[in-house]
Design a protein around this ligand. Structure first.
Ligand code: ADP
Ligand code: MG
Length: 729
């Protein structure tokens, strides 16, 4: 029987038009330049009329972490913020935070108050500075007994306040950290802020040791490239799996998926471009510098990249980017899928974290220099980062673990779960030659000894591009590509930063030792380079990270390869591996076990939802359609036999379908049985069983469904197909 719903859904989608939104214009109706409205919804204390110059100075010192804010200043700031927010039309404020759910949370309060009987607007210092949401409603991994259900949100002065516009009003958003009554971080922001303080301490010392005495502050920079899929809303709501899990749990690949590679950087369709433009307008108003937009490799896949900022603000901004993508998509009758692998067989989505460290004097510590001394410093930073990834690979791998990312790491065009570092041929040859004591011969056959040539110029001609490495040097920054598209980047960043801090503490010791022996700064830096690169060379891999040879080679080199989330999060129970988080002060012991429990629980819950959704779809949608078509075929066979016609084709289809549908039915019943039997185990065993037994079972079921899909007439199929979702817009 033809599936009318699917046909109607397609017709709905064929009729869609690009949506027009309100574009910022001047009095004459002319489009404004981005620079004319960029950041208009961001609070800027420099522009406040009610704050005096002394107030602004004092506030700057607080923001720079030089002193704590006092009540008097906080009250003045609250008044200034209120004045600004009201003038922009905001009626409410909210403390906005990033609990361990991976997304954000907020509780809104009106500015409304009463002066005797008169309604007025107020925002007190304490309302600005602190909130008290019920911590028990957020994941806490058992770290908190119910009688201590209180949690606190505290204003993060280093991330700007902004106004969020919605259809019928505006809200002042206050970025906050979220901690428990006992001061345990219940969010991703707090550890990130701690890691940045440590980076500042250790790296400022490093700068001083290598002669950059003028440096007062060092911070990490991050630009998070966000990949996503857009599919039409009508298709999305016709598929339970997408709604419940964000992933198509079954689906047969179209013959033309991404083999033609014509989508990447191809022309952006009108409806999609209209969506991107509205997203950007919203982001610009909130001070988020969206820079690049393009089609990604898979059909229906796109990317947004902002200009980099300091890591904490970049992490906040990325959360807003994800929210805006989702909300604006709906206005355009799209759904934005942030899942790491919504469609098996085509590329998944990641979030490339471009990462570096910058000084307050404007020096990027990963920028190759223009003189020999700068180049020694640069190479020492590269070598130290390489050692950090080598020594702390397992914990870094843990930081990007999620059920969604399991489908991506190592699958179609995603970096593998083996943590390796790509340095490119130029940089590798330079470092190799330093180790062997020789001179580097550039491809142009000119000799580079670090004294004579300039690395920066060399790189311009040798920009290596490698898309298969999870951690790649790309000219003047590292690009951590293994992070999942739906993840909150604060978590992997805080872990990466701890690893970096740990090794730089040792680097600083080496420098101090060498310098105290009377060595020159360059010789001291050379000692660092030789030590770390000599040790960590094994983690450097410039070849094809997707190849099977690399998996074997990595094993020979003794590099870890944790393929699944349960395996990766077990690292959090290994004190040798978590010690780096403790000793750098980025996480407390209790917070580490909290993260373990929350990640484990989340893995199990998400997988259970997937498996139950799959079994529901098989039993209620796939099997019934197969049974219908079987009956139709049987009828046809019978009739043809009566007429003496050849029914061999129908018979063959009937037999195939009978076998497939019986097998898929049995396997689904088995899967449900295995699921029901899980509860007798402890959580760690449950997670491992899901990863090693139930997931492979579910993949087999999906394959069977796909084979059935190929037999059933297209018009009878009850679900939007991959073709519909990826190609019809
Ligand atoms: P691609 O990787 O596609 O070639 P780019 O190299 O221009 O693109 O940059 C990608 C991202 O890296 C952007 O978000 C950019 O702002 C960011 N980026 C550039 N320099 C730095 C840096 N020093 N630190 C962190 N991120 C950076
Ligand atoms: Mg990139």
């Amino acid at each position: 029987m033809a599936n009318l719903l699917r046909q109607q859904t397609k017709l709905t989608v064929y009729g869609r038009k690009p949506r027009k939104c309100t574009v910022p214009v001047n009095d004459q109706g002319k489009f404004l330049k981005i620079s004319q409205y960029y950041g208009e919804n961001v609070y800027n204390y420099h522009l406040s009329k009610s704050l005096s110059l002394e107030d602004k100075d004092a506030l700057k010192q607080v923001i720079d972490g030089k002193k704590a804010i006092d009540k008097t200043l906080a009250t003045k700031v609250a008044n200034s913020v209120l004045e600004w927010a009201i003038s922009k039309g905001a009626t409410h404020f909210c403390h906005w935070f990033q609990p361990l759910t991976g997304s954000t949370a907020e509780k809104h309060d009106a500015f409304l108050n009463f002066d005797n009987d008169r309604a007025i607007e107020t925002l007190s210092a304490s309302q600005l500075m602190q909130g008290e949401p019920d911590a028990s409603s957020f994941p806490h991994g058992g770290s908190r007994a119910t009688f201590e259900a209180r949690g606190y949100t505290t204003w993060d002065l280093t991330s700007p306040l902004f106004i969020q516009e919605s259809a019928n009003g505006k809200t002042l958003v206050i970025p906050t950290a979220f901690v428990s009554y006992h001061g345990d971080a219940l969010d991703t922001k707090t550890p990130l802020l701690r890691s940045d303080l440590k980076i500042n301490e250790v790296m400022t010392k490093f700068c001083h040791l290598v002669g950059m005495k003028e440096v007062k502050k060092v911070y990490t920079t991050c630009g998070a490239e966000q990949e996503y899929f857009l599919i039409d809303k009508a298709f999305y709501f016709s598929r339970q799996d997408l709604v419940m899990t964000g992933r198509a749990l079954m689906g047969s690949l179209t013959s033309r998926n991404q083999q033609l590679e014509d989508h990447y950087f191809g022309m952006i369709e009108d409806r999609v471009l209209a969506f991107m433009q509205e997203v950007e307008i919203e982001l610009y108003k909130m001070g988020i510098p969206a820079k690049t937009r393009h089609n990604e490799v898979a059909p229906g896949q796109f990317e947004l990249a902002p200009i980099f900022k300091d890591a904490n603000v970049a992490a906040d901004n990325n959360q807003i980017v994800m929210t805006v993508l989702r909300n604006v998509a709906l206005k355009h009758d799209f759904v934005c899928l942030l899942h790491e692998k919504p469609f098996a067989g085509v590329n998944g989505s990641g979030k490339h974290l471009n990462w570096s460290m910058s000084t307050d004097t404007g020096v990027n510590l990963l920028e190759p220099g223009h003189n020999p001394h700068e180049n020694y410093r640069f190479l020492a930073v590269v070598a130290t980062v390489t050692e950090a990834v080598y020594r702390h690979a397992d914990i870094i791998r843990m930081g990007i673990a999620s059920h969604g990312n399991d489908h991506r790491l190592g699958a179609n065009e995603a970096p593998p779960s083996i943590m390796s570092v790509f340095l490119g041929s130029t940089l590798t040859s330079i470092l190799d030659s330093m180790i062997s004591g020789g001179k580097y011969v550039a491809s142009s056959k000119t000799v580079l000894d670090l004294g004579a040539r300039q690395l920066a110029d060399l790189f311009k001609d040798n920009t290596d591009r490698n898309r298969t490495s999870p951690f790649a040097f790309t000219g003047n920054k590292f690009e951590f590509r293994a992070c999942g598209s739906s993840a909150s980047i604060g978590y992997p960043l805080s872990i990466l930063n701890s690893a970096i801090v740990d090794i730089f503490e040792e680097t600083n010791k080496i420098l101090e030792d060498e310098l105290s022996k009377g060595k020159s700064q360059d010789d001291a830096l050379a000692a660092v380079i030789l030590k770390w690169y000599g040790n960590a060379q094994r983690v450097v891999f410039n070849g094809d990270g997707y190849s099977q040879e690399w998996v074997k080679e990595a094993e020979k080199r003794g590099l870890g390869n944790m393929r699944t989330t349960p395996e990766a999060i077990s690292v959090l129970k290994d004190s040798k591996k978590t010690n780096v988080l403790l000793k750098t002060g980025v996480f407390k012991e209790s917070e580490i076990s909290t993260r373990h429990n929350v990640m484990l629980e989340r893995y199990i819950k998400c997988r259970e939802i997937e498996l139950r959704t799959l079994s529901g779809m098989v039993l209620k949608q796939i099997v019934p359609v197969a049974v219908d078509y079987k009956a139709q075929l049987a009828e046809s066979v019978k009739k043809q036999k009566e007429l003496g016609a050849d029914a061999s084709l129908e018979l063959e289809l009937l037999k195939d379908l009978a076998t497939l549908s019986k097998t898929v039915y049995e396997q689904t019943v088995n899967l449900t049985g295995s699921l029901d039997a899980l509860h007798k185990h402890d959580e760690e065993t449950i997670a491992k069983k899901i990863a090693s037994e139930l997931m492979p079972q579910s993949f087999k079921i999906a394959e069977l469904c796909n084979k059935i899909e190929e037999i059933i007439p297209d018009e009878n199929w009850p679900l939007p197909k991959f073709y519909d979702m990826l190609f019809i817009r």
